[in-house]
Write a protein that binds this ligand. Structure first.
Ligand code: PLP
Length: 452
């Protein structure tokens, strides 16, 4: 239903069936209480009890064009009416056009597109391509990263979620990428942090054996782990190390890509071209599952006469590709990437800096475009997180209180560990942002009560 008419009975039925039969991601099934959602449009969604929320999360940071964009909904309906599905070995209009529009926007010579169903499988295939291309086994990836929930992708991930399945992580080595706010005993400036991180990475390569390293994978701007914009020169430095040692450079743009940072791809901020680039989420705003790997000429050549041993039944699904074609066209024609860049610089950044001045619980504010993190701390001097990092993911009181206060003020916040991320749809308006910032202000006052 797209009406805001409350219907608590219908909501209760949706909730009861969910609780009886839906097994939720990343959760202790008996400890969760999912909100029953009745509808969504633009930057908002609403429940069955008549509550409306401004969505500062874009779902899981994927509805870059907001909910129910009429042109994209119409394109999906039209594709469903003409060719709902078709097997991947054929040339199909929606798939061809989606690949062309994506290749036109990816940096450098990343001109061949392998389609997947989402981000994790894109990462899995990028890593497989790198291993086959180099004939080497190992993958280096950053602590404080997220690359997906499937077996290989979760092992590559640099956060505690990998611990539970880490026995299968053979060949994955983690390194310590730049994050000045948490590296202050080793570096005082971004320049020093950049040098520290590059020297550390080269030492890691040396100790692992350069001839054993197939790939280095990095998010261009790490998202889930805290939106750490790398210092200028870092990604270019990694590119140089990859060239020096014959290592494939994979940039993961699943979250940062398709306008999120105020450029089509986050790599564009740094002028760096990887050998492989993964994408998903914003490619079609998650209206139909889609992801992929953009492949450089050099790696595509490896699989010119030799088959690539991998594929998916739904690779380049016509419905998902039609949604991508419409989304990319909408983004280009409606200036949505520019909107993210402009409102990020003119409204979000100054708004967050003003909140940081007023609220002792704000330890750090960082980001770009519509991609911002606010780090909540108990103590600004020691930078102790508002609650200890909690590896088991249990709800923790101060952050839960912060989130509850935001929701009571009509804002749905993104919360991860001791951070809240400001990652709304790129189509958000200035007035909506200001409304969200008022709610954030109130919620941060609750967080302040937990500082010392
Ligand atoms: N890579 C990055 C950078 C991500 O942020 C995510 C998801 O948040 C993934 C990969 C995994 O994508 P998916 O959940 O579509 O498998």
């Amino acid at each position: 239903s797209r009406t805001h008419q409350p219907n608590p009975e219908a909501g209760a039925a949706v909730k009861a069936a969910d609780r009886a039969h839906v097994f939720h991601s990343w959760s202790a099934q008996d400890l969760i209480d999912p909100l029953a959602v009745a509808g969504a449009e633009g930057s908002y969604f609403w429940d069955y009890d008549g509550n409306r929320y401004l969505d500062f999360t874009s779902g899981l940071v994927f509805t870059n064009i907001g909910y129910q964009h009429p042109r994209v909904v119409a394109a999906i309906q039209e594709q469903a009416a003409t060719m709902t599905t078709f097997a991947p070995a054929f040339a199909v209009e929606a798939r061809s056009e989606a690949a062309r529009l994506i290749a036109e926007r990816t940096p450098g010579d990343l001109d061949k597109i392998f389609f997947t169903n989402g981000g994790a499988d894109a990462v899995e295939h990028a890593v497989r391509m790198a291993r086959l291309h180099t004939g080497r086994p190992k993958v280096l990836s950053a602590y404080r990263s997220y690359h997906g929930g499937s077996q290989q992708a979760v092992n590559i991930t640099g956060d505690p979620r990998r611990w539970a399945s880490d026995t299968a992580s053979a060949g994955v080595v983690h390194f310590w990428a730049p994050f000045l706010y948490r590296s202050r005993f080793y570096a005082e400036t971004e320049e020093q942090e950049c040098a520290r991180a590059l020297e550390h990475l080269e030492t890691t390569i040396a100790f692992e054996g350069p001839g054993t390293v197939a790939a280095i994978i990095l998010e261009s701007i790490p998202g889930t782990a805290g939106i750490m914009v790398p210092p200028p020169g870092y990604l270019a430095g990694v590119r140089e190390l990859c060239d020096k040692y014959g290592i494939v450079f994979i940039l993961d743009e699943v979250m940062a890509g398709f306008g999120r940072t105020g450029e089509w791809f986050a790599a564009d901020h740094f002028g760096v071209v990887p050998d492989l680039m993964t994408f998903a989420k914003g490619v079609n705003s998650g209206y139909v599952p889609l992801g992929g790997v953009a492949i450089s000429e050099k790696i595509a050549e490896t699989f010119g006469k030799r088959p690539y041993p991998g594929g998916l039944t739904y690779s380049g699904h016509p419905l998902a590709c039609a949604a991508a074609v419409a989304t990319i066209n909408v983004m280009a024609e409606e200036g949505i990437v520019d909107n993210a860049r402009r409102l990020g610089a003119e409204v979000v950044e100054p708004g967050l800096r003003a909140l940081a001045e007023r609220h002792p619980s704000v330890g750090d504010v960082r980001g770009t475009g519509m991609f911002w993190a606010v780090e909540l701390v108990k103590n600004r001097e020691t930078r102790e997180p508002l609650v200890p990092y909690n590896a088991t993911g249990e709800a923790n009181a101060p952050m839960a209180a912060f989130a509850a206060a935001a929701k009571a003020h009509g804002l749905w916040p993104f919360v991860n560990m001791n951070r809240t991320h400001v990652v709304p749809p790129l189509t958000i308006t200035e007035a909506e942002l200001k409304e969200g910032f008022q709610a954030l202000d109130a919620a941060l006052s609750v967080a302040d009560e937990h500082t010392e």
